[in-house]
Design a protein around this ligand. Structure first.
Ligand SMILES: [Zn+2]
Length: 385
């Protein structure tokens, strides 16, 4: 059974699967994979205070090596639909360009993976050498607690073992073939809180102004770089994003000041070590005089990094063969589900163009869908040689 990636992408875009809705997208994939001989599992995860989320896992073959193709069918909301030239879930094609929410992030890439996999499985008479699986979540664009992280645990409990993974996030800045992501930085949010004593501005000796203190502590936290970068990563960065006192009174010294910040960190740090480092800087600057604390937000955004080696080289070669471009190996950008997958097997990201993701009039060139399918197909041939 072969499939046309353009028709598949159109069908997927027509499913209104804005997180947490399944929207028919997983049902469509299930039908397709079952038709090709994959046993398919639909698994729903939930926990208190979150929406239940549907996910899908399907594996064909039982031998090693086992290649996982991962992705998400959920999409971000379209925003003001009247601003779209082509309605976000209509899947219209104009001048060789397919429009719709999820075109590049990442229903387009899922369609390409499906088309390549179905073609490969058909070419092997339904018996691939090794194992090929799809791990598809409906919770990537949301809070990502009932998606990939739980689906991987579920699979591990069933005894599933993975050798490698390709995640289909949009990775190419300008043209298909520009960039493979071999890592991404981790992310940690926090709030620095300084407590003073409220009072009258004309009697500062009777008060303790936390604005003075927080200014000093912000300065201290930012005084030195967190590191100077590593072999494959940019330097880590601490960025204060908001300083808040909330005081509307002109003659009042406030009792408390807060400053929110985000840290994007590289493979020099663990989240725990980073917290210790920042707190030690602040503690030193605060001395005995400034009363402070840092409220760290719970985070599941660790660094992932897959060192260049035969797997990455094989993917680069497949990309080169189809596009004529040698992809850059990059660790830039925000976080992705690769942060969870990296605990189970080496993972890289390669998908469509990144310019259009989350935008009004999100679109993809149909030629890119054809080319990406060819790349994934090459990869399957090489991987299971
Ligand atoms: Zn995405």
């Amino acid at each position: 059974m072969t499939a046309d990636p353009i028709a598949l992408a159109r069908d997927l875009i027509r499913c209104p699967s804005v997180t947490p809705a399944e929207g028919g997208a997983l049902a469509l994939i299930e039908k397709l994979l079952k038709g090709a001989g994959f046993p398919v599992h639909r698994v729903t995860f939930a926990e208190p205070g979150t929406d239940p989320i549907e996910n899908l896992y399907a594996r064909i073959g039982s031998a090693a090596p086992h290649l996982m193709l991962a992705g998400h069918t959920d999409v971000v909301p379209p925003g003001d639909e009247t601003k779209w030239t082509h309605p976000p879930f209509a899947s219209e094609i104009a001048d060789g360009v397919l429009y719709g929410r999820g075109a590049v992030d990442m229903k387009g890439a899922i369609a390409c993976k499906l088309a390549a996999a179905l073609d490969y499985v058909a070419a092997t008479g339904g018996k691939p050498k090794g194992s090929l699986s799809f791990l598809i979540t409906g919770d990537e664009e949301g809070i990502a607690v009932n998606g990939t992280v739980k689906l991987l645990q579920w699979a591990a409990e069933r005894g599933e073992k993975f050798d490698h993974c390709i995640l289909g996030e949009p990775t190419n800045p300008q043209a298909l073939g520009d960039m493979i992501k071999i890592g991404r930085r981790g992310s940690q949010n926090g709030t620095l809180v300084v407590t003073g004593t409220q009072g009258h501005v004309a009697y500062p000796e009777l008060a303790d102004n936390p604005v003075r203190g927080i200014a000093r502590l912000i300065e201290a936290a930012n005084a030195e770089p967190l590191d100077r970068g590593s072999a494959h990563f940019d330097p880590s960065n601490l960025e204060f994003t908001s300083v808040d006192v909330g005081n509307t009174t002109v003659n009042l010294i406030p009792a408390e000041a807060r400053a929110r910040f985000n840290i994007r960190f590289n493979d020099h740090h663990s989240r725990q070590a980073l917290r210790v480092l920042i707190e030690s800087r602040v503690r030193k600057a605060a001395g005995e005089r400034i009363r402070w604390r840092i409220d760290w937000e719970p985070s599941n955004a660790d660094v992932f990094f897959t060192a260049p080696g035969p797997f990455v080289a094989m993917i680069s070669k497949a990309i080169e063969e189809v596009t004529g471009r040698t992809p850059q190996l990059s660790t830039t950008g925000g976080t992705s589900d690769a942060r969870f997958i990296k605990d189970y097997c080496p993972v890289i990201e390669f998908g469509l163009l990144s310019q259009q993701m989350h935008k009004t009039d999100e679109h993809v060139a149909t030629a890119d869908l054809v080319a990406l399918t060819a790349i994934y197909r090459h990869i399957l041939d090489r991987y299971f040689q």
